[in-house]
Design a protein around this ligand. Sequence first.
Ligand SMILES: Cc1cc2nc3c(=O)[nH]c(=O)nc-3n(C[C@H](O)[C@H](O)[C@H](O)COP(=O)(O)OP(=O)(O)OC[C@H]3O[C@@H](n4cnc5c(N)ncnc54)[C@H](O)[C@@H]3O)c2cc1C
Length: 529
Amino acid sequence: MNALARLPEADLADDGGRKLDARLWVTDDLVAAVAEAVAAEYAILPAGGLTSAINAFGYERAAIDGRFAGVVAIRPKAAAEPELVEAQRPLDALKPHQIAIDSASATVAIGAGLTFEQANAVLEHVVGPGVRVLIDLTSVGSALAGGVLATGGMGPLRLRPSASCVEVALAEGQTRPRLLRGPAAAEIEGLQGWTGMASALRLRYFETPANEFGLVLPVHGTDGDGLADFLAALHPWTALSLPEEGSLLAGPVDEGTIVNGIELIGRQALERFAAQAPDSLKAKAGNLIQACDYANADWLAGLTGWSNGPVDEVLGLLMNAETGTIGGVPIDFGVGFSSGAEMESFRAIREGAPDIARSQARVKRPGKLKPWSISTDVNIVLAPDAAGIARVLAVYQDYRDAVGRVFAESGAAIESSLSVYGHLSPHGLDPHHRVILTAPEGGEDGLAEARAQIEGLKKTLLSGLVGALGAQDRITGGEKGMPSILELVKAVGGAANLPANLRSELERAGRVLARAPANFSFRAPILPR
Ligand SMILES: Cc1cc2nc3c(=O)[nH]c(=O)nc-3n(C[C@H](O)[C@H](O)[C@H](O)COP(=O)(O)OP(=O)(O)OC[C@H]3O[C@@H](n4cnc5c(N)ncnc54)[C@H](O)[C@@H]3O)c2cc1C
């Protein structure tokens, strides 16, 4: 029996919950582990923080049988503390727990086993306050650097890792990883590790204004035109472009103020959160629900950013002094948050709603079938044009209305909920809509019918979004890289109907996959042309 066959079983499942037949190798030398697995003719599943929910590790049995000796998931050993090494350490020699800062080029080399939160803590300590990499997905403290590049994940800033990643070391089976620079590094982003295992990444870092702020305003979700005016007014503040040289990040309108996200918090989702929140957050969440009541609003828009001044000053900058509004949205019921513990509670509230929806979707209750859940995830970069933004928002409104009708038709036996949360920035509009259906045991048929209807509506939503785009608007896929694009292909009825930028993404992925070692590409889907 070879050494890999003696490894423990990996606790990984495919989308249908079927346990995957794979061994687990946790190592502090990814490059050597990959080389040994390739030599032993194993198929490899690169693993990171295991925070990806959908389609992360599944493979077809037929892709393995007769081709490989087995399947091994290779995962970097977690590091409680990153080890800071000299700036000159080559990227291909960096171990998963190591980090190297090169202040001359304002770049940081990060081992694939570290989180970006760990990297930012080292940058703050070594370079100075407010110095960070611009990766802000909400799992920034649990997803690992290699996994984030592989999924092409992004947070409120709506910047993919490739926006600032300049070099990747890719382990493919040789004794040294292959170094991919510039566009070649971006080519493997979102390909889910189907081409190799990233062992280290080099990213540009930036200095941001020292204070953090959060500003929460009640908005009317059903008033698409009102919301569109609000987002169009904020558009210039969110259109961040990264400086070519140097590391000082300046706001697009006011140098010392950067709006780094506009997040949607649905009132219903907030109520569900408040009911379960710890006391320290209950009062804050209660204030926000009250703000919705006063303003008769069903949603909250949470603006976040970095500023030199306090949150009141930011409000003064964003507000139209004549109307006392931001793009028509009154600020009277707004609630402000500032750096430190305040911002932590803001984030806990903002993320509480999606967390509850995610865990609700996973938990099987006595007497009930396992809940069925589906979520939307399409990132659109919109031109600063209120009419165009309203057109896109109307497609989401149609989806919500139609989902509501399915809920009503499926009757009381099926518990149903729709949670709306996520990204509203016109620089990356992607409001996640998660539907959860829970049927009683024996209610398989009713569940299957409601499920088919919701799946159909999601397809209509996706093709509606593609159809609603103006000439200057762009769909950039979703947070799951290539799987998000493939979902769009199905919805629009083939790759030929995709917007041009996504067609070229597909072509690029096809070229990269054709060159990739079979030990990694065995689980890649056949890409449509
Ligand atoms: C609470 C929570 C919040 C989240 N918030 C966000 C968010 O704001 N934005 C967002 O985009 N996503 C979010 N996610 C999803 C998830 O965190 C991201 O997809 C993340 O990028 C996955 O990183 P990971 O290290 O956990 O990867 P894993 O889940 O371990 O793996 C994901 C994929 O990447 C591949 N992979 C892993 N490591 C490597 C490597 N070193 N080299 C090559 N391929 C590799 C795997 O094979 C797999 O295909 C969230 C998830 C949770 C649970």
